[in-house]
Design a protein around this ligand. Structure first.
Ligand SMILES: NC(=O)c1ccc[n+]([C@@H]2O[C@H](COP(=O)([O-])OP(=O)(O)OC[C@H]3O[C@@H](n4cnc5c(N)ncnc54)[C@H](O)[C@@H]3O)[C@@H](O)[C@H]2O)c1
Length: 377
């Protein structure tokens, strides 16, 4: 694994817990972790249970005792590391967004195809049991024709003008702001549940244009000595309206300026026979409305998706004993590792990453031109 902060912690935990909850054919062995500062990476390796560490990712990739490279570094590093790992014949796990640009994303996809290695992009929210159950209900036709997919991903962690200029706020490191960081998750949920996005019109805004220079300090916290300021070069917020290939209409909003909303990743789907809605901050629950319900009793019912029948839920606790954010990663990696060695692929891969990146690029293009943009298929 390259990188060891927020996602490094989430991924390390998931690898360790995976064989605890699932009967697996493949058990992850935490061979080596990589970071640039020896003292910190050594400490991280000990804390998170990795056997060894490296300070140069090229050395990590060259190691023969490693089968899978997991990339949990800022977005501008994904392509170079992934392409080198593919050339070395390693399977690859990469955090989202896949790359900085659509071109880079396509190069990554070509590399994994050419070298015939496994590839995963970490759209973990698909793996909440309630979201997997929503997918199953849609595939079984419960909603009938889909009319609307409505998604909002609302955060507020950078609202203070004193919040530092971290890597997430620099275009050359992050690619885009709220759009690629959190909007990419909503786009993935839209593609997973409602299908491909055909065309869109969007806009974005940067509310605070200069900030004190600083660094991430774990999770979504950051620090600064306030000695200098720099320019914010990505969006603070964005929104787009779209048409799906199946004729549904979509609306998406992603912002880090929605005060009071810490990680409100939510969607609602309206179909001819019913509606579904979900919100990450109450992630075990799925709201279901069915038009066929008796008159007078119609309305959203709330299902606690912790029963054996709900996908992945049976691996954990008895019904009603809820799970959390970290379990989405365990489920994601279970799906990848089982698919990788048993040919049962149903996880998001670099092809999904490229299609997602095409939507991100289309939103940027639409913001520049002010018009509708076709998303390349
Ligand atoms: N799936 C999710 O829910 C989710 C959540 C947060 C972040 N992410 C994604 O995960 C990735 C990492 O984000 P994070 O929040 O863990 O970031 P972070 O800032 O917490 O950690 C980044 C890590 O990368 C290392 N690093 C930074 N620059 C580097 C470089 N040039 N070369 C090598 N290592 C470098 C840092 O030392 C640190 O260990 C990003 O792509 C981000 O978009 C995904």
């Amino acid at each position: 694994m390259v990188g060891y902060q927020f996602m490094g912690k989430a991924h390390s935990h998931a690898y360790r817990d995976l064989p605890f909850y699932f009967d697996v054919s493949t058990t992850p062995v935490l061979k080596a972790i990589c970071g640039r500062k020896e003292e910190s990476v050594k400490e991280a390796a000990e804390k998170m249970g990795w056997e060894s560490y490296e300070t140069d990712w090229r050395k990590l990739i060259a190691r023969e005792d490693i089968d899978v490279i997991d990339i949990v570094t800022p977005n501008h590093t994904h392509a170079e590391i992934a392409i080198a790992a593919a050339k070395a014949g390693k399977h690859i796990i990469t955090e989202k967004p896949l790359a900085l640009t659509l071109e880079e994303a396509k190069e990554m996809y070509s590399a994994v195809k050419e070298h015939n290695v496994g590839h995963l992009i970490c759209h973990n929210y698909r793996y909440a049991p309630a979201v997997q159950y929503a997918k199953k209900l849609i595939e079984e036709g419960l909603l009938g024709r889909i009319y609307h997919f409505r998604a909002r991903y609302l955060q507020d962690f950078i609202m203070s003008p004193d919040f530092p200029l971290i890597w997430r706020l620099k275009k050359e490191v992050a690619g885009s702001g709220a759009l690629g960081d959190i909007g990419a998750h909503s786009i993935d949920l839209g593609r997973f549940l409602a299908g491909e996005i055909q065309s869109l019109v969007g806009t974005k805004e940067t509310f605070i244009k200069e900030r004190p220079i600083g660094e991430m300090s774990g999770g979504l916290s950051a620090s600064s000595d306030f000695s200098s300021v720099g320019e914010v070069t990505v969006d603070d917020a964005c929104a787009f309206l779209c048409r799906f290939e199946n004729g549904a209409l979509g609306t998406f909003e992603a912002t880090r300026f929605a005060g009071g909303n810490r990680n409100k990743n939510e969607f609602e789907i309206n179909g001819e026979n019913g509606s579904l809605r979900w919100n990450m901050e109450d992630m075990n629950k799925l709201d279901v409305y069915l038009a066929k319900d008796e008159e007078g009793l119609q309305g959203f019912r709330t299902i606690n998706c912790t029963e054996e029948i709900h996908p992945y839920a049976g691996a954990y606790w008895p019904a009603g004993h809820i799970i959390g954010y970290e379990h989405t990663f365990i489920n994601l990696f279970h799906s990848f590792l089982e698919g990788l060695y048993q040919d049962k692929k149903d996880y998001p891969d670099f092809e999904d990453g490229v299609k997602n990146q095409a939507v991100l690029a289309a939103v940027e293009e639409s913001d520049e031109t002010g018009g509708w943009v076709n998303v390349p298929s």
